[in-house]
Ligand binder design. Structure first.
Ligand SMILES: [Zn+2]
Length: 262
C-alpha cells in the first residue's frame, strides 16, 4: 500500500501527465480508495480550473497586467460613473480572490519543496525523468531555460573550469504546484546530484540543521538515505539532493557563493 505522502507529491506529476505505467495504476487505485487524497487531487484540479475561468471572465492577460487593467477600466468609461465603480470593484474582488487563493495554495505547498526535490532525484536515477537537454555547458542550459520558466534562472560558470569538482549532465523542466521548476542534473565524484530551482514564493528551504555561509542560511537534512541542502537567494529557492557522505559543499557552492560575489 502506497502512503499518502507519496500520493500527494505524485499529484503534481499526475496533473502534468508525467505519471505512467505501474505508478499511474497505483495512483489511480489509491485515489479510488482514499477519500483524503481524492479530495486533495480535486482541490488542486479545481484550483487550476478556477484560475483559468476567472482569467477568462475578466479577460485579463496576467502577463501584461497593468495595461490590461487600464484597458478594462477604459471600456467601462462611456457608461455612468456608477457602472465604472462596480466594474472596478468587481475587478478588485476578483484580483483579491485570486491572491488569497494563491497565497493559501502556495503556503500549503511550501514545505513540500524538499520532498519533491528528493522524489525528482530518485526518478532521475531510475531513468523515469529523462533530461530534455543533455549538455555540460552552463551557457547552453541557461539558453534552453530562457523563456520556458516564469523566473530568470542562469547557471553560472565555475570560476576555475579545469578544477571543476562536478560535471553537468543536463536539465529539464519539472512540474511543481502547477507551474514549472528547473531541474539540473550533475555528477560529483561519480555520484548523481540533482538541483531543483523554483521561485521562493512557492518553495521554501527546509532542514533540521541550519548553517550560515556568505550571509545565506543553508538548511541541511537527510531523508530516505539522501542529503538535501536547500537555501533561498535573490527570490529563488534551491534544493540540492545527493547521496554521498563527506560532501565538501564549499567546493561546488563557490560557483554562486564565492567570496567575490555575494
Ligand atoms: Zn491517501
Amino acid at each position: 500500500m502506497i502512503d499518502h505522502k507519496t500520493i500527494k507529491i505524485w499529484i503534481n506529476l499526475y496533473l502534468d501527465g508525467e505519471l505512467a505505467g505501474e505508478e499511474l495504476e497505483l495512483f489511480k487505485q489509491h485515489i479510488k480508495e482514499c477519500r483524503e487524497c481524492a479530495q486533495i487531487l480535486k482541490q488542486q484540479r479545481d484550483f487550476v480550473d478556477s484560475i483559468r475561468s476567472l482569467k477568462d471572465e475578466i479577460k485579463i492577460d496576467f502577463g501584461d497586467f497593468k495595461t490590461e487593467l487600464i484597458k478594462q477600466i477604459e471600456e467601462f468609461k462611456p457608461k455612468s460613473s456608477k457602472a465604472l465603480k462596480y466594474a472596478v470593484f468587481a475587478i478588485v474582488v476578483v484580483i483579491l480572490t485570486i491572491s488569497a487563493l494563491s497565497a493559501l495554495y502556495f503556503y500549503s505547498n511550501r514545505t513540500d519543496f524538499v520532498k519533491i526535490a528528493i522524489e525528482n532525484h530518485m526518478r532521475q536515477i531510475r531513468g523515469q525523468l529523462p533530461l530534455e537537454i543533455e549538455t555540460s555547458s552552463e551557457g547552453e542550459i541557461s539558453n534552453w531555460f530562457d523563456g520556458k520558466l516564469r523566473f530568470n534562472f542562469r547557471l553560472p560558470r565555475y570560476p576555475d573550469p579545469s578544477n571543476q569538482p562536478y560535471r553537468i549532465k543536463g536539465a529539464r523542466l519539472v512540474a511543481l504546484n502547477n507551474d514549472y521548476a528547473a531541474l539540473v542534473s550533475y555528477e560529483m565524484d561519480g555520484r548523481p546530484m540533482t538541483l531543483l530551482v523554483a521561485p521562493s514564493k512557492s518553495a521554501s528551504p527546509y532542514g533540521k540543521r541550519k548553517v550560515n555561509f556568505k550571509d545565506i542560511d543553508f538548511y541541511l537534512d537527510t531523508k530516505d538515505g539522501f542529503n538535501i541542502l536547500s537555501w533561498t537567494d535573490k527570490g529563488l529557492t534551491y534544493a540540492l539532493v545527493f547521496d554521498f557522505e563527506n560532501f565538501d559543499w564549499k567546493k561546488p557552492c563557490i560557483v554562486c557563493h564565492s567570496s567575490g560575489a555575494k
